[in-house]
Design a protein around this ligand. Structure first.
Ligand code: IPM
Ligand code: MN
Length: 312
């Protein structure tokens, strides 16, 4: 999109409380867009568990092409009590991440004033960092298989795939982001180089190579297990973390609870290339039993809309 084009946003409310929180995010998005003089075009899509249960498909033919016409997608939540686990996650969320090559998963971790953290003695000044998670490779790539399935000799392989291109574009984006975020300019690589001596060796070498182009950014390295410990003990240590897809998934739940819970966390699935379609989501999940009760705080959906405007 260029400066005068309208911002085109596809809204996928999804399951459970997803549509109601997304609707609040949309209100704020529209209000801010109006204040800033950004023309905004929104379209609703009914993808999610209910549609899957009535049609048997998660995304209909042509859905990717249709969504690709938008600058961004606001996704409420996926997860339906009558749909077995994995179908909606893989068929909708992961499908869109891969189809639109949204290779950055951006997770700001900020404790807002007045929000309680389970970390004793910590406040908003201590918890304010960002996780940049690679979003297209690793064990999420879907490479693997079974041998002798359903026999006592069964073998299951779930392969972690890392490419130079995949880690380099994520690491480079993280350096650029760190440079712009604030004056700290401090980027920590989180991986497991002491055990994953192939894949994370590639990550470490790529990180070191790219770092040479950013002499103004201070760098550090943490093993992922130690990162979990430091995040609890010294969350103020972190400014920006860059990490692999699987470890990023795990540490962002830990990060989510220290910022007050998944109900206040928002995330971006970003394709930073020109013309890319990015997707923004509150992280709280569909919380089906609260549907329609107006009990879910929509702040995460509002933050997702904020992240969308900041990113685009
Ligand atoms: C996340 C979620 C997803 C993931 C699930 C729902 C597939 O946990 O965005 O962190 O594992 O990436
Ligand atoms: Mn997760």
């Amino acid at each position: 999109m260029t400066q005068n084009d309208p911002l085109k946003v596809a809204v996928i409310g999804g399951d459970g409380t997803g549509p109601e929180v997304a609707a609040e995010g949309v209100k704020v998005l529209e209000a801010v867009a109006a204040m800033e003089g950004i023309p905004c075009e929104l379209a609703d899509f009914d993808y999610g568990g209910d549609r899957y249960l009535s049609t048997g498909e998660v995304l209909p033919d042509g859905a990717i092409e249709e969504l690709g016409k938008f600058d961004a997608i606001l996704l409420g939540a996926v997860g339906h009590p009558d749909v077995p686990p994995g179908i909606l996650e893989k068929g909708l969320l992961l499908e869109l991440r891969f189809a639109f090559d949204q290779y950055i998963n951006l997770r700001p971790v900020k404790l807002y004033p007045g929000v309680e953290t389970p970390l004793a003695g910590r406040g908003p000044d201590d918890i304010d960092f960002v996780v940049v998670r690679e979003n297209t490779e690793d064990m999420y790539a879907g490479v693997g298989g079974f041998l002798k399935k359903h026999t006592p000799d069964e073998v299951a392989l779930q392969t972690a795939v890392y490419t130079r291109k995949g880690c380099e574009r994520c690491i480079r984006w993280a350096f650029e982001y760190t440079r712009k975020r604030n004056q700290r300019k401090f980027l920590t690589l989180v991986a497991k180089t002491n055990v994953l001596t192939y894949g994370h060796d590639l990550w470490q070498r790529t990180f070191d190579d790219v770092a040479k182009e950013y002499p103004d950014v201070k760098t550090d390295y943490n093993h992922v297990d130690a990162c979990c410990m430091w995040m609890v003990k010294n969350p103020d240590f972190y400014d920006v973390i860059v990490t692999t897809n699987m470890f990023g998934d795990i540490i962002t739940d830990l990060a989510g609870i220290i910022q007050g819970g998944m109900g206040v966390a928002a995330g971006g699935n970003i394709n930073p290339e020109p013309g890319g379609t990015s997707m923004f989501e509150p992280m709280g999940g569909s919380a089906p039993k609260y549907t329609g009760k107006k009990m879910i705080n929509p702040i995460a959906a509002v933050s997702a809309a904020q992240l969308m405007l900041e990113t685009l």
